[in-house]
Design a protein around this ligand. Structure first.
Ligand code: PLP
Length: 398
């Protein structure tokens, strides 16, 4: 008999984005050309000065354990960046550096939640939130938001979801998967409910610097006085600096939570990779021109994707204000056959698109929104052009 897997892990849904990316890789390994719009990973290489800082860190002997919650230089750089960008004052002790923002989120849920504690998650949501809450013994409470409101949570919908067990409100702005972003006013209205009902807010701000056009990003703790004491901000270098593989993210939180997370991390993972931490210091404190250049390229791709999608009959998508995703409503293209195969839901649609046209996307159901598909435009322009030709052909000629 193979060893028994624990109940909590048996109930775990593996990440659908990772699964689609793995399928795309399998096809590539079998010699197929795959147009991969599945994964939220910038296609740029990490800027050279950041890589150089990592080399220098290794040469200087920074190849040992560090303080479990992160090196002081990185905490200082994070604090200074939040001060400069948003005018927020944090002490370095409020920063806990983790192995990516995903790990930072898991840390926060672990130290915050007891069994039965509810976390409000507006849907569509990033694939990992609900699973991380469950892994931390909490209960995700999914609140649907309509496409007509650009998939944003309203104070009314938030109030309707509150119970005596509600502990946490989770907000992701700019959003993965929708590309939507809350205005300062919209966040303020949600903050009023959080203050009134004594909620802790987790603000996932990992896409804060990937914002397009006239849109202005507002960091959640800045929208009302008194929020900083009840907010955990999540951020990291993965998306802004094309550093997904380095695995550095962090939380900015009230001191008692930061202390609890540092203790947890000291038992669980020790420190995040020492060399990556030095690279992250270079990312935050070095020249920022690379961020502007990547943003300009994402902006071009966003324009291209919007134009191409707008020309495909029977699909719609909300305004893309930030991040690098289009969340496409494909409901009019379900309930029919594609190349002889009946397709009734977003999973079947994405799998057939991959099988018949070699284009990888992610099914809306993975984000709690059936009838949609997420396209990442973190892929290069040639890939996007070929993928959109094929998507158009798939829905109009199948
Ligand atoms: C909304 C959101 N939060 C967190 C993460 C995790 O980022 P990291 O690679 O730093 O773990 C992602 C990555 O896809 C994301 O989209």
């Amino acid at each position: 008999m193979p060893p028994k897997i624990s109940g909590i892990i048996q109930a775990l849904e593996p990440s659908a984005t990772m699964a689609m990316a793995a399928k795309a890789r399998e096809l590539k390994a079998a010699g197929k050309t795959v147009y991969d719009l599945s994964v939220g990973e910038p296609d740029f290489t990490t800027p050279a000065h950041i890589c150089q800082a990592a080399v220098e860190a290794m040469q200087a002997g920074h190849t040992h354990y560090t303080v479990a919650s992160g090196i002081p230089e990185l905490k200082k750089a994070v604090v200074e960046q939040y001060k400069a960008a948003h005018g927020l004052e944090y002490a370095p002790a409020q920063v806990v550096v983790a192995n990516g923002a995903k790990h930072a989120l898991h840390n926060v849920f672990t130290v915050l939640l007891d069994p039965g504690d509810e976390v409000i998650i507006p849907a569509p949501y990033w694939v990992s939130y609900a699973e991380l809450v469950r892994l931390s013994s909490g209960t995700p409470v999914i609140v649907e938001t309509p496409q007509e409101n650009n998939f944003k949570l309203t104070p009314q919908a938030l109030r309707a979801a509150l119970t005596p067990n509600t502990r946490v409100l989770l907000l992701c702005s700019p959003s993965n998967p929708t590309g939507g972003m809350y205005s300062r006013e919209e966040l303020g209205a949600l903050a009023d409910v959080a203050l009134e009902r004594d909620l802790t807010v987790m603000a996932d701000e990992i896409y804060d610097r990937l914002v397009y056009g006239e849109n202005v990003f507002a960091s959640f703790p800045t929208v009302r006085p008194g929020l900083q004491e009840r907010t955990v901000v999540i951020n990291g270098v993965s998306k802004t600096y094309a550093m997904t593989g380095w695995r550095i993210g962090w939380s900015l939180s009230p001191q008692n939570l930061a202390k609890a997370m540092a203790d947890l991390q000291s038992q669980e993972t020790s420190n995040p990779c020492s060399v990556s931490q030095y690279a992250a210091v270079a990312a935050l404190t070095g020249p920022q021109q690379c961020v502007a250049e990547m943003l300009a390229e994402f902006a071009k791709r966003r324009e291209f994707v919007r134009k191409r999608l707008a020309a495909i009959p029977g699909v719609s998508f909300p305004e893309i204000s930030g991040a690098f995703y289009a969340f496409v409503n494909i409901k009019q293209h379900l309930g029919r056959a594609y190349g002889g195969t009946q397709v009734d839901n977003s999973t079947q649609w994405c799998l057939e698109l991959l099988a018949q046209k070699n284009v990888a996307t992610v099914m809306g159901s993975a984000f709690g929104a059936e009838g949609y598909a997420r396209l990442s435009f973190a892929a290069g322009m040639a890939t996007l052009e070929a993928a959109l030709d094929r998507i158009e052909e798939f829905v109009t000629k199948s």
